[in-house]
Design a binder for this molecule. Structure first.
Ligand code: MV4
Length: 496
């Protein structure tokens, strides 16, 4: 097995990887920026190296420095976590050139899936259903209009180098096509230094369902069922669950088979995720593949009993997957809530500062993944996610109830968090009934505020007003904890 792994990441995922390494008896080396001196990951690793300035370019995105450090300290592998260098083919090539193992897929697989047009072409060749549209780049307006007529409006123009919601534009008719085509191309060039764009039919009110796969370097492929990830705001997921309430046995068989085919088609190894849109008729369409471990991997770990990060490390070393597909049983129900340092009453503005008091929920079926504790500084430099609260229970309503209690138990002071907003969602009837799609959160705001909201979507005061009104209109049946004393206590009380 590897002797020492350098973890090229921060926060909860760095801590998660350190824990997996400790269980495997592998030494861990953390890197941290100036802004992360008070974070948990440098404290928990066997070795920790300050690699520079707070901005990512000087630290977690400083390729030369990271690889040089790994060589110097004798690390035989690098785990990239998610974000940063996790899906960067050039980084993978450079790591491997220096004789260090990258804990992830080949540079080739990442490149193939990084281009959305090449991914779509590959999928459609391998019997993975893709959204109707073009399999190649659209060269000019006339070609585009003719493809759009064929698939039928509305369509989406998407940047081939985009993904995760960046570089998309809806087009409703041929009259709108020319100007939309030109601006999407311009924006794609600016954002991704690549202006290839393609067409997809616009799928109305879909659900976002993804399948966890794992593959090794010996050509073995497994799936670990699906995750339902529709509860999101501005392409940032907030609540994830597994299994999906909406997926019946017939759909589960089809969608997991398709996901395994997708992974096979790019000769994948490592843990990976195939994202699908699923429409109300239970038709599913490939969207993109994430060639990394994902934030929401714990819900899958809790319902499958498989340690995904441990498996990633073992696979990278060259071992075979440690379990057969028939060993994997879907057991119970898991829910994840992402705890963000942001203010729901102020248009979800990121909240920075030092965490003063910090008390996690605990108990049977409760897991917290975090990179911070009392005294940790939440800065403006990175993602505002403080922690993930993941619960397990035997069925969906029980796990929702367990999650509500755990959220009430969670005490964080010093920064404003979205905990009250998460509780608010869990109390929503449509949520508890499983009646939702990717527009759930946007609709929450719209339905309750027609007149005021129409003025301006970005009006901060309006959003705050609506949110306060929404929160006051909910009757909570969870036991309320005493409000913690903190500089922001008044905000916690506002919603009670
Ligand atoms: C779509 C779509 C509707 N139709 N494609 C957004 C993120 C990126 N991964 C793809 N996205 C979408 N692609 C077609 N043909 C709607 C979305 C979309 C979305 C997808 C998943 C989760 C949340 C979303 C929020 C808005 C739009």
């Amino acid at each position: 097995m590897f002797k020492k792994i350098l973890i090229a990441n921060r926060g909860e995922i760095a801590v998660r990887i350190i824990k997996a390494c400790k269980e495997l008896g592998i030494n861990t080396a953390a890197i941290y920026s100036d802004a992360d001196i008070t974070s948990l990951h440098p404290r928990l690793a066997d070795e920790a190296y300050n690699i520079g300035g707070s901005v990512s370019i000087e630290s977690y995105l400083n390729k030369e420095k990271i690889i040089k450090l790994a060589k110097k300290i004798g690390a035989d592998a690098i785990h990239p976590g998610y974000g940063f260098f996790s899906e960067n083919p050039k980084f993978i090539t450079d790591v491997e050139k220096s004789g260090i193992t990258f804990i992830g897929p080949s540079a080739k697989s990442v490149s193939m899936m990084g281009s959305k047009t090449s991914a779509r072409a590959l999928m459609s060749k391998n019997n993975v259903p893709v959204v109707p549209g073009s399999l190649e780049e659209i060269k000019n307006v006339n070609e585009g209009i003719s493809v759009a007529e064929k698939v039928g409006y509305p369509i989406l123009l998407k940047a081939s180098a985009g993904g995760g919601g960046k570089g998309m534009r809806r087009v409703n008719s041929s009259e709108e096509f020319k100007s939309a085509f030109e601006s999407t191309k311009r924006e794609a060039l600016k954002a991704f230094a690549n202006d290839d764009i393609y067409i997809e039919k616009f799928i109305e009110n879909p659900k976002h369902i993804e399948v966890q796969v794992i593959a090794d370097k010996h050509g073995n492929f497994r799936h670990l069922f699906e995750r339902e990830c529709s509860i999101q705001r501005r392409h940032q997921k907030i609540i994830e669950e597994s299994p999906s309430f909406f997926v019946d046995e017939k759909l589960r068989k089809k969608i997991t088979d398709a996901a395994v085919n997708a992974a096979k088609s790019c000769k994948y190894y490592n843990a990976g995720t195939i994202e699908f849109l699923v429409d109300s008729n239970k038709q599913f369409y490939f969207l993109e593949m994430n060639t990394r471990v994902q934030v929401e991997h714990p819900v899958t770990e809790l319902i499958s009993g498989i340690d995904i990060v441990r498996e990633q490390i073992s696979i990278a070393y060259g071992n075979k997957i440690s379990f057969a597909q028939s060993d994997v049983r879907l057991n119970g129900y898991a829910l994840e809530c992402r705890i963000y340092a942001e203010d729901p009453a102020n248009n979800f503005m990121p909240s920075t500062g030092k965490i003063i008091d910090y008390k996690e929920p605990n108990g049977s079926g409760v897991r917290v993944d975090t990179g911070f504790t009392s005294g940790s500084e939440i800065s403006i430099f990175y993602d505002p996610m403080i922690a993930k609260l993941i619960c397990w229970d035997r069925d969906r309503l029980s796990v929702i109830n367990r999650m509500k209690l755990a959220l009430t138990e969670y005490q964080i002071s010093g920064v404003i968090t979205n905990i009250s907003f998460l509780r608010f969602i869990l109390e929503n009837d449509d949520f508890t009934k499983g009646h939702y799609d990717i527009h759930f959160i946007d609709n929450l705001f719209k339905d309750n505020s027609n007149k005021i909201f129409d003025k301006s979507e970005d009006d901060l005061e309006t959003a705050a007003f609506i949110f306060s009104a929404l929160m006051k209109s909910t009757k909570s049946n969870v036991t309320k904890s005493k409000t913690v004393l903190s500089s922001n206590a008044w905000r916690e009380q506002l919603y009670d």
